[in-house]
Design a protein around this ligand. Structure first.
Ligand code: CO
Length: 213
């Protein structure tokens, strides 16, 4: 009997074969060096694959995904990915990409307990609270969710800018630019919702003044 994972392995063989048929040096070239220009922080949702929706190839985007594309300051996984991408890979752009209809964002808006996941969703509830006045004015539930998706992306971009990792790179090398995007499941299109070019000033409360070498 064939398991569904066997199909993945068969597809993998076919894909690898196809790649070297088109370009015999493909894997030897990629295995030598990794120089992606972009770090992608996206949702784990299976419908939002970074490479496919941006038409990029292996080697072009460094990817981190979690529920609702969050930038949480105590998340050692996210911070390690960010530091590696910014300091060692020297990416030029960091993209936070949310998506309309995000289940994580929806879950954060209701009052159901999801167990351990509550701790993660609480970060999204905080975003709701910061923007409660605007969100309360939107009657349609789906529209309100989608606006929170956009506001959440904006807050996560700001969370990136609050890190010493980003601020140090900004002051020393004028990179990376930060981008907040939202992907539409219904049309496959990405909407840009918030941009923070390298060197943007934040609330002084968050700016460190001792990061220059
Ligand atoms: Co999602």
């Amino acid at each position: 009997m064939m398991h569904s994972t066997d199909k993945l392995l068969l597809e993998n063989k076919a894909w690898a074969q196809e790649m070297i048929t088109d370009d015999p040096e493909y894997f030897s070239r990629l295995s030598d060096i990794q120089t992606p220009e972009f770090l992608w922080i996206g949702c784990s949702d299976s419908r939002v694959p970074a490479n496919q929706i941006t038409g990029t190839q292996p080697g072009e985007i460094f990817v981190h995904r979690n529920i609702a594309n969050m930038v949480v300051h105590t998340d050692l996984n996210l911070l390690s990915v960010l530091e590696y991408a910014v300091v060692y890979l020297k990416v030029k752009h960091v993209i936070v990409c949310g998506h309309y209809g995000c289940g994580g964002v929806k879950a954060a808006m209701d009052s159901h307990s999801y167990g351990m996941i509550n701790k993660w969703l609480r970060n999204i509830k905080d975003v709701y609270r910061y923007h409660r006045d605007e969100l309360a004015g939107i009657e349609d539930q789906e529209q309100r969710t989608n606006r929170l998706v956009e506001l959440n992306v904006m807050e996560q971009v700001m969370n990136l800018a609050k890190t010493s990792i980003i601020q140090k790179a900004w002051s020393e090398e004028q990179r990376p630019d930060l981008h907040g995007w939202v992907y539409g499941l219904h049309d496959g299109l990405i909407k840009t919702v918030y941009d923070m070019p390298a060197g943007t000033h934040l609330d002084p409360l968050y700016e460190f003044d001792n990061l220059k070498q």
